[in-house]
Design a protein around this ligand. Structure first.
Ligand code: GDP
Length: 418
């Protein structure tokens, strides 16, 4: 049961973008920030062009996404409802494996970006296994559809064969390589055609006849995948009936959250194609903080555990996951609040360091601005200024609350199936 106080959480998605180096994680993240910033003027930058300029400047200086967690807003193109999408930076290099693991702990879902001309590369496999161990639901983005050698089918078969997972093709590309001109939505049976080179003008219409066979094949694969995880779709499938769009979305969402199936999308981040549909899919298929298992904490000096469901009115439970030095404000401690509400100027107890600490100011980081807030609620991520002792992986709880340590991020050696 969701209480009134928790209701905002249905419109929250805390996600990471994971990829093999060079698959296009940075480009995809930038485009996401561009689209989310364009529809929502945040801070002093008031239009999309300026957001892009800012990104170009950052890029020239060799910095891309500097915040460990960036808060963005997205209006779903189907429902028109607004969602808060927190993007948690996941390091993309294999040497940062422990950092990847840390970030996995604080996200509820991930977008796995693949280079569609390469399929599933070895390092993507490593990241995939890490996400498996942390139980992170995923959607896959088959990027670089415009590149020579791009093949959506290669990505689908690699997901099946190399990752041993069930791909749910929710899209199909219209044209590949230099001829990539649009995306067919296999769930809603619509064609999205890009009518300018920038990828910003999109025409939504009927599926061109030349794709009918391919679409039928993909739809069959999709329905079979959905039927595996949903009885209603299974019944219809057995009776040769078509599920409704709503039934299909519900089934795919359930299967994705249970990590049984993995929706696969396609696009070209570089050419601005597919990114808006990707954001819609984040909302459609990845879980809200209410749909993931509650984080557990272990009582100090005991085997007893406590659960902290996402609830702003619950006891405070937060995890520091990244420390950054900021030239203006000093030490920034990035936290995810799982339960309760963290107030600026309050005292918290760092259960890992066994120390009481004072919370200074609180910030939410946006793509091109930072916003000072007075509180961070359950499900939210932000940065704390003023914590002197907190380190990555430290548990923060209410001062005077029973002492618990949140599930440790020290994990057993990875079990990588080759
Ligand atoms: P990361 O290492 O995963 O963060 O990858 P980047 O986003 O830095 O991209 C690596 C390279 O691939 C850069 O040269 C990008 O311009 C290029 N790239 C990214 N996305 C696309 C795409 O959709 N199509 C093509 N052709 N190139 C892309």
């Amino acid at each position: 049961m969701t209480t009134k106080a928790q209701s905002y959480l249905t419109h929250f998605r805390n996600i990471g973008i994971a990829a093999h180096i060079d698959a296009g994680k940075t480009t995809t993240t930038e485009r996401i920030l561009y689209y989310t910033g364009r529809t929502h003027n945040i801070g002093e930058v008031h239009d999309g062009a300026a957001t892009m300029d800012w990104m170009e400047q950052e890029r020239e200086r060799g910095i891309t996404i500097t915040a460990a967690a960036t808060t963005a807003k997205w209006k779903h193109s189907g429902s028109g409802e607004e969602y808060t999408v927190n993007i948690i930076d996941t390091p993309g290099h294999v040497d940062f494996t422990i950092e990847v693991e840390r970030s996995m702990r604080v996200l509820d879902g991930a977008v796995a970006v693949f280079d569609s001309s390469q399929g599933v590369e070895p390092q993507s496999e490593t990241v995939w296994r890490q996400a498996d161990r942390y139980g992170v639901p995923r959607i896959a983005f088959s990027n670089k559809m415009d590149k020579t050698g791009a093949s959506f089918e290669l990505v689908l078969s690699d997901i099946r064969e190399r990752l041993g997972a069930i791909p749910a093709p929710i899209q199909y590309p219209m044209g590949q390589e230099s001829d990539f001109k649009g995306i067919i939505d296999i769930v809603r049976l619509q064609a999205h055609t890009y009518t300018n080179d920038l990828g910003t003008d999109i025409e939504v219409g009927e599926i061109p006849a030349q794709y009918a066979d391919k679409v039928a094949e993909m739809r069959q694969q999709l329905i079979e995948a959905a039927a595996e995880v949903d009885e209603d779709v299974m019944m219809k499938f057995l009776e040769g009936e078509e599920p409704t769009t709503e039934e299909l979305v519900t089934a795919i969402r359930k299967g994705t959250i249970d990590k049984k199936i993995f929706p696969v999308l396609c696009g070209s981040a570089l050419k601005n194609k597919g990114v808006q549909l990707l954001l819609d899919a984040v909302v459609d298929y990845l879980p809200s903080p209410l749909e993931v298992p509650a984080i557990k904490g272990r009582l100090e000096d005991s085997e007893d555990t406590r659960e902290f469901p996402a609830d702003p009115e619950g006891k405070l439970a937060g995890l520091a996951f990244k420390i950054m030095a900021d030239p203006y404000v000093g030490r920034l401690t990035f936290v995810r609040i799982y339960s309760g509400t963290l107030q600026s100027g309050s005292y918290v107890y760092n259960a890992t360091k066994e120390k009481r600490e004072r919370v200074g100011r609180l910030l939410k980081m946006h793509a091109n601005s930072r916003e000072e807030v007075t509180e961070l609620k359950a499900g939210e991520l932000g940065a704390v200024i003023g914590l002197k002792d907190a380190g990555t992986g430290n548990t923060l709880i209410g001062d005077g609350d029973e002492r618990v340590l949140l599930e440790s991020i020290d994990v057993p050696e990875p079990v990588i199936k080759l």
